[in-house]
Design a protein around this ligand. Sequence first.
Ligand code: RP5
Length: 166
Amino acid sequence: MTTDTPQVGLIMGSQSDWRTMRLAADMLDKLNVCYEQQVVSAHRTPDKLMEYAASAQSRGIQVIIAAAGGAAHLPGMVAAKTSLPVIGVPIQSKTLNGVDSLLSIVQMPAGVPVLTMSIGDSGAKNSALAAASILALKDEDIAASLNMFRQAQTQKVLDHPNPAGD
Ligand code: RP5
């Protein structure tokens, strides 16, 4: 770890989102990025959401990953309260398969951006990689971890060119 102060705030609307967002946490661990994780709900804990977003920067957070499902207001509301980069992850909902979450998060009106990932597991993993890319602009250790991850990923494909197996 380059620091003990969390640089990424990993928040999600419900405990039920953890089964998806643990993939983001695992990736941040892999990349040696220091983060904090918390349930913050736009609908159930609106005051906590405002307090979290308003205080994040002064606590040393540099990027926020916010995941939510259904009428997914969390990332947009967080982005409304901070100028930190906010990466939104649409959780794959049961009823509409996450299309509801995706559209709720991606369709931000001009002026308040949310960097929106794909639905579900891929979005969760990519949110961590995207957060690391932002931090890597100023953190050589994270840049090195990110490069190693990318090289290993490339090498794995090159080492196994046969789609039917070795
Ligand atoms: C959203 O509602 C959460 O982000 C979650 O994806 C969804 C369902 O929440 P639970 O009813 O499982 O707590 O706010």
